[in-house]
Design a protein around this ligand. Structure first.
Ligand SMILES: [Zn+2]
Length: 78
């Protein structure tokens, strides 16, 4: 049973399913990508939900570990 089992989307009341995704986080003013994060995704509208403990683990990882690799991000002005 996943963490999101039985949870409902707060916007559309759709079912939330657990998926593994790469998510961007802002850290010290720049965006970094965290890979293989378990997230809850609404089946209907696609809204992503992050469990509090998952976010905490991410923050700890960012502080304790070195990045596996650096990628350049393309930047565009509006
Ligand atoms: Zn939804």
């Amino acid at each position: 049973m996943g963490f999101w089992e039985g949870e409902k989307c707060e916007y559309c009341n759709g079912a939330i399913v657990e998926k593994i995704a790469d998510i961007p986080r802002k850290f010290k003013g720049k965006y970094i990508l965290i890979k293989n994060v378990p997230v809850g995704v609404c089946k209907e509208c696609g809204t992503r939900y992050y469990a509090a403990n998952v976010l905490k683990t991410i923050d700890t990882s960012i502080k304790r570990r070195k990045a596996e690799k650096e990628i350049c991000m393309a930047v565009y002005s509006y």
